[in-house]
Design a protein around this ligand. Structure first.
Ligand SMILES: Nc1ncnc2c1ncn2[C@@H]1O[C@H](COP(=O)(O)OP(=O)(O)OP(=O)(O)O)[C@@H](O)[C@H]1O
Ligand SMILES: [Mg+2]
Length: 771
């Protein structure tokens, strides 16, 4: 391996300085991650460093896997004993060995966000905290921030004694943490803070790991929060051989406690540190890089950096201003097909990036129609599906009997006549006496508030569970899953159902069995049930981007961090969407949104599209948005409008539909007042191609678009979807709306069809017409 051929001078310098502290501070696509990979190879190959002594922390499991693969190609099997993983996976591995030092058992369960929510809700109920005062999402976020800051429940309580709401959060935090411990469970934030706790309370354990990890590397260091920072500092404390790489312009997790100062202060923490700047971008064409640089330079708080490329200018940034969200999705779909026809591109070469997951749905619909294969990263993960969570809850409980959240999830799933009231009685008994819930069920005769029938049904459940626990030792994970679904008749219930959704649920469960088989045949050392559950808990969405599968990837810009694609579509580029509404009123958040935009732009190698829509449906209402300020920040010379004369408002000449648009407040959903909207960007948002319109002209035009888009569809709107309305569906026939509930940015409508029974449909998907 001739590193000098593979790396430029500065990169080579960074890769071959292995002793002491190195900070690589450089812009996107400058080869930071590449340097880390070759640095490891160099350490093993040239410096004879034992792989056992290396710890490399990456941002995703996928990045870790790729790094390991590449190193393996260079140095062979020796790479296997190296720890290359994410912060979370690293800490879990440490905790599996050491957590008993702080009073947990080693087979602890990892709670995901929905388990966390269940537990927080239980605590709120016990503490009589009304979710009108403060809702569970806010509490969870506050607890999470406190953990990021290494603030214990007691400290939090002391700090917020005088604040009515935060005091309530503190009470929940105290109880939540107590319950987690009783359940022998950790939430995601705990994984890192408990590892730090193990180290700070046990200097001998810390020293063992300091000696083990003599060489430490961290990718995407700009996004570390306080607790991650502390962990790295502790581990590197003895040998101080540490190399961190990052880009302050790509810090996009401040909302989750990431502290940009960690990278900016590295030189203060380690005054001897060598700072390496990489200034050549190897990823993007010139125009794309110029666009990125022009956007990010609007941020006040940053270290100025140079980023140049030897690549040619390439195509200009393609801007498309659609007249509706529908039109935007159509444009993206047709462009993908056109580009594939005209160039030798595959679906893999494209990605659609948006700010929030909810934006994926409308693209999905269009892609299905056009036959474009796609994959959505995020949204409902496989492991978040109800049926998968149910089966996993059985496994978690088998593995860790103290896990009362999993226990309560499945005690009556499938239904076995154990009602909520019965469960509550046992829970109260357990809480009053300080017993584990599962133990109380085993000795259920002692719970004197129960009837003989209650006791009998509970016995059926505990007999089943005890059998599973005994079988755990004898069966492999996949066999255990099959055993559980057979004995509980979970799968049978789904197969017998006539609901087509249950058919797909049954298939998902089979898929889970396959995942377990794959795990058993895979490279992991630990093939136990704990090992499987751990793996499942730590799967990240981006891990699933599979280069072999020929599909277009749709994901948030956050998920796309570190990745690159030949063609990138940044969609929903509107003020109020990207940047989001909050960022428009807050300079700090605006700067974070701008960094996010910079991350998005710099994912593109060859072609970058930025699209926006003049009106879109949000919460069932039609809202008008101005084109994103970030597009305006890109100089006109770098941009080319796809629809200079087509698409957009300028082609529509139906000025006469003004009065059929009646609902004045349909503009307020996106939080943009008409006045502000016009003042900001001119109605159409075309900077160059349009002359300025008067207010009333603009008003008229906007109205005409609203009405024409309403006329276009005979589609039932949010306002019309009220209980009692008669509707018609092309397949299910006529029916009556029973209820309509807002779910995310869509509406779930429950309808009693005259001949097809009751169905739940999503308003935006279902072709419903008013009768
Ligand atoms: N010296 C080099 N010679 C050839 N290709 C290179 C060189 N350095 C980097 N590259 C390529 O440039 C692309 C970007 O590199 P890499 O992903 O390591 O950048 P990065 O700085 O980590 O980017 P990001 O900030 O987006 O994470 C990759 O395809 C990489 O292989
Ligand atoms: Mg990188």
């Amino acid at each position: 391996m001739d590193l000098r051929k593979l790396l430029n001078k500065e990169q080579y310098d960074a890769a071959t300085t292995v002793d002491g502290q190195v900070l690589i501070l450089a812009g996107a696509g400058s080869g930071k991650t590449r340097v880390l990979t070759y640095r490891i190879a160099y350490m093993l190959d040239e410096k004879d460093i034992n792989p056992y002594n290396i710890l490399a922390i990456t941002f995703t499991n996928k990045a870790a896997g790729e790094m390991k693969e590449r190193v393996k190609k260079l140095i062979g099997e020796r790479a296997d004993s190296m720890w290359i993983s994410t912060f979370h996976s690293t800490c879990v591995r440490i905790l599996r060995r050491e957590i008993d030092k702080i009073g947990y058992k080693k087979d602890f369960t990892i709670y995901d966000s929905s388990d966390q929510k269940v537990l927080v809700k239980q605590c709120m109920k016990e503490l009589n905290i009304n979710d009108k005062d403060i809702n569970e999402q806010e509490i969870i976020a506050k607890i999470s921030r406190a953990k990021d800051q290494l603030m214990s429940p007691a400290q939090y309580k002391r700090l917020h004694e005088k604040d009515f709401r935060l005091n309530k959060v503190a009470d929940v935090y105290v109880m939540y943490q107590k319950r987690l411990k009783e359940n022998n469970a950790l939430d995601f934030d705990d994984l890192i803070s408990k590892a730090v706790e193990v180290f700070t309370k046990n200097p001998d354990v810390l020293e063992f790991y300091q000696n083990k990890f003599k060489y430490i590397m961290v990718d995407e260091y700009q996004d570390t929060n306080k607790v991650q920072y502390e962990l790295v500092k502790l581990l590197a404390g003895k040998y101080k051989n540490i190399c961190v790489v990052g880009d302050d312009d790509q810090c996009i997790y401040q909302w989750r406690g990431a502290d940009i100062r960690n990278i900016l202060d590295f030189e203060k923490d380690y005054p001897q540190a060598k700072t390496v700047k990489l200034e050549q971008n190897y990823r993007s064409k010139g125009n794309i890089l110029d666009a990125a640089n022009n956007v990010i330079k609007h941020n006040a708080e940053r270290k100025d950096k140079v980023l140049r490329t030897e690549a040619d200018h390439g195509a200009k940034i393609r801007i498309y201003r659609a007249y509706s969200d529908n039109d935007e999705c159509d444009f993206v779909g047709s462009k993908i097909q056109q580009l594939m026809r005209e160039n030798s591109l595959t679906y893999n070469d494209f990605t659609i990036l948006y700010r929030t997951n909810a934006q994926s749905r409308s693209f999905e619909e269009k892609f299905i129609k056009r036959g474009i294969p796609y994959k959505i990263i995020g949204g409902t993960r496989f492991y978040d599906r109800k049926e998968i969570k149910d089966v996993l809850a059985y496994l978690k409980l088998i593995n860790n009997n103290a896990d009362s959240v999993s226990l309560r999830r499945i005690i009556n799933v499938p239904k076995r006549s154990i009602g909520d009231a019965t469960v509550e009685k046992v829970v109260s008994f357990a809480n009053e006496n300080g017993f584990m819930l599962y133990d109380c069920l085993l000795d259920v005769e002692n719970v004197n508030t129960l009837t003989a029938r209650n006791i009998k049904t509970i016995k059926v459940f505990t007999d089943l569970m005890e059998d599973f626990i005994a079988m755990k030792e004898q069966l492999s994970v996949s066999m255990l899953i099959e055993y559980v679904i057979e004995k509980t008749e979970y799968l049978k219930g789904l197969k017998d159902s006539k609901d087509p959704e249950d058919v797909s649920r049954a298939e998902n469960i089979k898929e889970l069995v396959s995942a377990a088989v794959e795990f058993e045949n895979g490279p992991d050392e630990d093939k136990s049930l704990s090992g499987f559950l751990e793996k499942v808990s730590l799967v990240q969405d981006v891990d699933n981007i599979d280069g072999e599968q020929n599909v277009v990837t749709l994901m948030t810009v956050h998920s796309a961090k570190g990745l690159e694609f030949p063609v990138v579509f940044m969609v929903g580029m509107e003020n109020g969407i990207f940047p989001g509404q909050q960022a428009l009123n807050n300079e700090k958040e605006m700067e974070e949104a701008r960094r996010l935009c910079y991350v998005g732009i710099t994912r593109a190698k060859d072609i970058l599209y930025m699209t926006s829509a003049e009106v879109r449906r949000v919460f069932g209402r039609t809202v008008a948005y101005a084109q994103s300020d970030f597009i305006s920040e890109i100089p006109a010379s770098l941009k080319e409008y796809e629809n200079q004369n087509g698409g957009g408002l300028s082609t529509r000449n139906s000025f006469n539909g003004g009065n059929s648009y009646s609902s004045g407040n349909s503009y307020s959903g996106g939080g943009y007042s008409r006045e502000r909207l016009y003042a900001r960007n001119g109605i159409g948002g075309y900077e160059n191609s349009r002359s300025t319109m008067s207010y009333s002209e603009a008003e008229k035009k906007l109205d005409s678009v609203m009405s024409s888009s309403n006329e276009k569809k005979g589609q039932l709107t949010r306002e019309e979807a009220v209980p009692g309305r008669k509707i018609k569906h092309p397949k299910f026939g006529e029916g009556t709306i029973i209820s309509a509930i807002d779910v995310g940015d869509d509406v779930k409508v429950t309808i009693a069809f005259d001949s097809q029974g009751i169905k739940n449909l999503m308003l935006s998907f279902a072709p419903l017409e008013l009768l």
